[in-house]
Design a protein around this ligand. Structure first.
Ligand code: ATP
Ligand code: MG
Length: 174
């Protein structure tokens, strides 16, 4: 019997597909949905802007988000990636709120009756695993990939860790 389905979301396309599938399961089994978001501390500012409807953010937050720049690294020794700029927590919280709000609306539109939310800060996989345990999740449905830019990797580090360590079935969706 599936009573509780946990859906971790970073707002990515894969996470949105996972949510759609989870909503179908929730409806079929009359299960409740637990939506989990861990603040996107390591995300590139462009990704934050891409996963949020920027226009819906409060003006002060929008201004802050627009101010944060992606800083390409000149130093080859650092792999030519991006330096993580200091994104204010208030911005990450506002983005997280929008991601969860959008997920909630999708779930409600699909007819899911019981939805709860968790927002945390820290290691995403650790929080997802902890939440699954506390909520006694019967199933986790998550994206195979997320916002990470290492697209050549087969599977994201969060889905890899959660899939390996979860005590319940874990489905990754692409
Ligand atoms: P990596 O982060 O290792 O560079 P990635 O971003 O492509 O790779 P993951 O982070 O593993 O891949 O994302 C896979 C799935 O994990 C996402 O679709 C989402 O369901 C979940 N997830 C990832 N990060 C978070 C987060 N901060 N909060 C909630 N769920 C998350
Ligand atoms: Mg990621």
């Amino acid at each position: 019997m599936i009573k509780t389905i946990l859906v971790p979301t970073d707002g990515s396309g894969h996470a949105r597909k996972a949510l759609a599938l989870a909503c179908g399961f929730a409806e079929k089994y009359g299960a409740r949905l637990v939506l989990v978001h861990v603040l996107l501390r390591d995300a590139a500012p462009d990704d934050l802007r891409a996963v949020t409807n920027v226009k819906q953010l409060p003006k002060a937050i929008r201004v802050e988000l627009e101010r944060v720049e992606d800083v390409p690294l000149a130093a080859a020794s650092l792999g030519g990636g991006y330096v993580a700029p200091p994104i204010p927590t208030s911005v990450l919280e506002a983005v997280g709120e929008r991601i969860l709000d959008a997920a909630k609306r999708v779930a409600e539109r699909s007819g899911v009756k019981k939805i709860s939310f968790h927002v945390a800060e820290g290691d995403p996989a650790a929080h997802i695993l902890d939440c699954a345990k506390r909520e006694k999740a019967d199933m986790i449905v998550m994206g195979k990939r997320g916002l990470g830019s290492l697209q050549e990797l087969f599977i994201g580090s969060v889905s890899h860790k959660v899939g390996n360590l979860a005590a319940c079935p874990c489905m990754t969706v692409k």
